[in-house]
Design a binder for this molecule. Structure first.
Ligand code: TZP
Ligand code: MG
Length: 211
């Protein structure tokens, strides 16, 4: 039954997430630079924009990304994901539940779900989701009121508990520590600040992760 929802998509090793405040660039500009750096799956995250503005930004990103065959996931907002025909949505513990997101977006959508403890990760794989995210792995200032860090040990335990279910790790991950996180069992690392903080180095920074 679970497999019904597991899409034929491979999580890339690096899963960039946009941030307008950190980069001082529009989502589209970040996405262009990330795609030039090799991104194949990008999440648009915006905690500040109005729904109208986030919709507008996401709409232009989708047009660009579709032409490049790059998948776009919308953070938090199922309504915006639906409106712009994004590839999927990334939900937190307090967002609309994965069951409802699945009902709204349909079977083809990619639904990701954030967890912050081993118990949450174990529970999550019963849900109609395509990947589970665990974090923060390390301390981070990007997320307001971030939960307690799970560490590399948390990633390892999550991997042991969920078998081969697609696993993303997030929080404080950078060029120096990402390989350890992958070695601990994550399929993919989601990264914000280490990729987008320096607007003119986004493309080059992402390429460094693939060297
Ligand atoms: N969820 C857990 S930590 C985090 C989110 C959205 C922020 C990750 O940002 P950074 O800059 O890569 O630490
Ligand atoms: Mg959220």
């Amino acid at each position: 039954m679970l497999k019904l929802f597991v899409k034929n998509f491979l999580l890339p090793k690096i899963y960039p997430v946009t941030d307008v405040s950190l980069s001082k660039l529009a989502h589209l500009e970040q996405v262009k630079k990330l795609i030039e750096g090799g991104a194949t799956l990008i999440q648009l995250r915006d905690k500040r924009a109005s729904p109208k503005d986030f919709y507008g930004a996401a709409k232009e990103v989708l047009k660009f990304a579709r032409a490049k065959k790059v998948k776009i996931i919308i953070n938090d907002r199922v309504d915006i994901a639906l409106a712009v025909e994004a590839d999927g949505v990334h939900l937190g513990q307090d967002d609309l539940s994965p069951e409802y997101a699945r009902k709204i977006l349909g079977e083809k959508a990619i639904v990701g779900f954030s967890t912050h403890t081993l118990a949450q990760a174990v529970e999550s794989i019963k849900l109609p989701i395509d990947y589970v995210a665990i974090g923060p792995v390390f301390s981070t200032t990007t997320k307001k009121n971030a939960e307690a860090v799970v560490g590399l040990e948390g990633v390892k335990k999550a991997r042991e508990a969920i078998g081969d279910f697609p696993l993303v790790a997030i929080g404080g991950i950078n060029l120096e520590n990402f390989q350890e996180v992958l070695d601990a069992g994550a399929d993919s690392v989601a990264i914000i600040s280490d990729l987008v903080s320096e607007a003119d180095k986004i493309t080059e920074r992402l390429k460094e992760f693939y060297r």
